[in-house]
Structures are given as C-alpha cells and as structure tokens.
Design a protein around this ligand. Structure first.
Ligand code: G1P
Length: 291
C-alpha cells in the first residue's frame, strides 16, 4: 500500500435546503465566497496538499459542478475575441488534468458514510482524503496540507477544532486517549452527541484521511444517528482496528453550511483581497451598528 495521499473524495450530493431559494436550481457547492464557488476552494486546498485524483460523489441537479471543472470553449473564445487572453488562460490553469477527475452519483441520500462508500471503486489500496466543501479555511498552511504533513502513512486522521458549549452537538466528536502538540490520539468517535454525552470538546471538521479499510465497515450499511449511514461510525470502528488521530488545525474555519458562517466567510475572504479590502473596510467602518 502506498502511504502517500493521492486521491480525494468530495461528497457533493447534499440538497442545501438552508440556502433556498438560492439552491433551488444551483448546487450549494457552487455558492460563491467572493468570486469562487465553495467547491473550488476545496479542490484548490486538495491540490495544495498534493492530491492528484479528484472524485466527486454527486446527485441530481449537480451538473454545474462538472461544467465548472471542464473546459468552456465558448467562454474562452469569447474572452479571446475581446482581447482578454489572460482571463481565458486563467480559466484553464486550475482544471484537473485529463482523466484525473471522476464523478459518481449517490442515488439516494442515505448519509455521508454512504456517499463515501459510493466512491469505493475509485480508491483501490491506498489512503485517501475526504473534503466536505461546506467547511473552508483561512490558514497560512492549507488545512489538508497540515494533515498530510503530519500523517504517518498509516491509519486515519481527522481535522479537529475545539468547540465549547452546546454547538458541540452539531459535530462528530472525538474520544481521546492522549495529546502531543496539535495531535490527539483518538479512541473512538461519536456523531452529534448531546452536550452532556460529548466525550470531549474536540469536534471533527470537514477534512479526513482514511484507509480503504473504512469500506469494510461501510459495506455493512449500518444506520446510525438520524437513521443515516454515518461516516463517523465507520471511523470509530476504524479507530478500534488501526491507529487514528486528530489534528488541531491552525487557522480559521468557516462553516458555509450555515447562512451566518457563509456571510462571515464572504467578509473574511473579501478582506483578504487587495482589490476589495479598502472598499470593504470603508463600508464596514461607516456602518451604523447601533448600541
Ligand atoms: C458532518 C459530519 C460531522 C462533522 C461535520 C463537519 O456533519 O457528519 O461528523 O463534524 O460534517 O462539518 P454535517 O455538517 O453534514 O451535519
């Protein structure tokens, strides 16, 4: 088994009901933060971590994602005819190499674990990453790169964040047996426990590395929290048979699966942009925010 993480799975089948009506005809993963769709951030991050093969688990109404990662001859020709050579070239610069992107459909919304299981035939005998595009990060070293750099080449690893208070029950939560610097040793994981039942305040955020042994568990199609086939349950089993760790991510995470997180991401990423920063700062400073 090669230890290098070369493949990444992007589950993009979710409905995005929190963003209706925006997501009636638009995949939620195509919602832009400033001027890039959420899925674009996740793919960029994967590439920065050395990922070479990109596997999307899609669903009905998600074809805009395939179009986004494909050539657009008409658009490029139109830009060229207007002398916008650079803009036309830049549209190709971030496309996955031919044959390095695959799409498969999750035919029924049976849970995140089921979505990952749908990608099993693309994985083979090597560890792989999973990126949930709802979560995006502002970090000096991109989140998945932090993980790949710390990954031993064996077992599984999740991105972790300390969440204090009742919000912990919106996450997969780690039961840990020790910590060393940013790395925590994981004994087991629980999906969305009540605050009282949470085994720690380490929440799983949307980045994972796992071995194909995870499919041994997912093959059983067992339902967990909310009646769904949960990735967290499969990883908890994995943690009982292989080494498994969490890594506290340096940087700021934005949960773009919520409207508040999505708006904050637009402000934070907008403020990072040289061409927008001054305008945005001036606007925010001038706001009358009341008491
Ligand atoms: C999913 C996972 C959960 C994880 C979270 C991270 O939940 O099931 O374990 O903590 O992503 O964003 P969702 O946000 O899809 O409900």
């Amino acid at each position: 088994m090669t230890a290098r993480v070369r493949k990444a799975v992007f589950p993009v089948g979710g409905l995005g009901t929190r963003f209706l009506p925006a997501t009636k005809a638009l995949p939620k993963e195509m919602l832009p933060v400033v001027d890039k769709p959420l899925i674009h951030y996740a793919v960029e991050e994967a590439r920065a971590a050395g990922i070479e093969e990109f596997i999307f688990v899609t669903g009905k109404g998600k074809s805009a994602i395939e179009d986004h990662f494909d050539h657009s001859n008409e658009l490029e020709a139109m830009l060229r005819s207007r002398g916008k050579e650079e803009a036309a070239a830049s549209l190709r610069s971030w496309l996955p190499a031919p044959g390095k992107v695959a799409y498969t459909r999750q035919q029924e919304p049976l849970g995140l674990g089921h979505a990952i299981w749908c990608a099993r035939h693309f994985i083979g005998d090597e560890p792989f990453a999973v990126l949930l595009p709802d979560d995006i990060f502002l970090a000096d070293v991109p989140c998945l790169k932090q993980m790949v750099d710390a990954y031993s080449g064996r077992g599984g690893m999740v991105a972790a964040e300390v969440i204090d208070g009742p919000d912990i029950s919106s996450y997969g939560v780690l039961d840990i047996s020790g910590e060393e610097g940013p790395v925590v040793r994981v004994r087991s994981l629980v999906e969305k426990p009540s605050q009282a039942a949470a085994p720690s305040n380490y929440a799983v955020v949307g980045r994972y590395i796992m071995t194909p042994r995870v499919f041994e568990y997912l093959d059983r199609q067992e339902k967990g929290a909310g009646g769904e086939i949960q990735l967290t349950d499969a990883l908890s089993w994995l943690a009982s048979v292989e080494e498994f760790s969490g890594i506290k991510i340096a940087g700021e995470r934005f949960d773009c699966g919520t409207r508040g997180g999505y708006l904050r991401a637009n402000i934070a990423f907008g403020l990072q942009r040289e061409d927008l920063r001054d305008e945005l700062v001036e606007y925010i400073r001038g706001l009358d925010l009341g008491a």
